[in-house]
Design a protein around this ligand. Structure first.
Ligand code: DGL
Length: 266
């Protein structure tokens, strides 16, 4: 049996991580789950995100999906709910957090920036990442909700509203001494090329996609039951969504997330 990897995000951003994992492990079986009914997660409370991830685990169990590994391909969900979710399941979970550490290792100007959702930027997890791994640099924080919506639109329509992108980047007014910009939201690599052009190629953009693929490969190699059998005929990638997607680009199964803790309350 091929290992079954489920990649999760609030929307389509996690596909930027999925691509890296698929390249590293082409023979695994994949599911992609987007909780787009609550998009953007960046504007949700920590408790709401924890409840939605508990509901995801419940969904996986109820539908006997036999998931071997979950990738929370969402910086917002990972920084606010990773430890809580790990407590309610035995399925290994890989989270995606902003690439602060590698950014601090390569900056020459000693001034890096994090561009992420408001929730990620203000999370204590991010604070700890900075205090532990970027002691050599100044770290400036920038948040945007608008870029998430723009990335969704770009993904599904293939057409990017450059004016909107540029005016949002202008509003952020990223300090000119920043030489490394961490894309701490999985939606943002969708237009990494255009962001890079905006900065005339003078700013290095970093995301966590490649590092996550490495981590997933490592875990698969070192966990006995998750053998990736190359001869196995795997099922095609299954997309799940909690709200309708107005596009023919993906064949999406519409599902409902039920928080199991609501049964305890009633
Ligand atoms: N893609 C998610 C992340 O990495 C967030 C998008 C959202 O706000 O829902 O943080």
């Amino acid at each position: 049996m091929s290992a079954h990897i489920m990649v999760f995000d609030s929307g389509i951003g996690g596909t930027t991580v999925l691509e890296h994992i698929q390249q590293s492990i082409p023979h695994a079986q994949y599911s992609y789950f987007m909780d787009n009914a609550l998009l953007p997660y960046g504007a949700q409370s920590q408790q709401t995100i924890i409840n939605r991830l508990s509901a995801l685990i419940y969904f996986i169990e109820q539908h006997a999906l036999n998931v071997d590994l979950i990738v929370i391909a969402c910086n917002t969900a990972s920084t606010s709910a990773l430890s809580a979710v790990r407590q309610i399941t035995t399925i290994p979970i890989v989270g995606v957090v902003p690439a602060i550490k590698p950014a601090a290792q390569i900056t020459k100007s000693k001034h890096i920036a994090l561009l992420a959702t408001p929730a990620t930027v203000s999370s204590s997890y991010t604070d700890t990442l900075i205090n532990e791994h970027a002691t050599n640099s100044k770290v400036s924080l920038y948040s945007s909700v608008a870029l998430v919506a723009l990335a969704e639109q770009f993904f599904f329509t293939q057409s990017l509203d450059s004016n909107k992108l540029h005016s949002e980047l202008a509003r952020l007014n990223i300090d000119s001494s920043v030489d490394v910009l961490v894309l701490g939201c999985t939606h943002f690599p969708i237009f990494a090329e255009q962001i890079s052009q905006y900065f005339h190629g003078k700013v290095t953009l970093l995301d966590s996609g490649a590092a996550i693929a490495k981590r997933v490969s490592y875990l698969l190699k070192h966990s006995e039951p998750m053998v990736v059998d190359k001869a196995d005929t795997k099922k095609p990638l299954q997309y799940y969504a909690t709200a309708r997607v107005s596009s023919n680009k993906l064949a999406v199964k519409l599902v409902t997330l039920i928080d199991p803790t609501q049964f305890e309350k009633s």
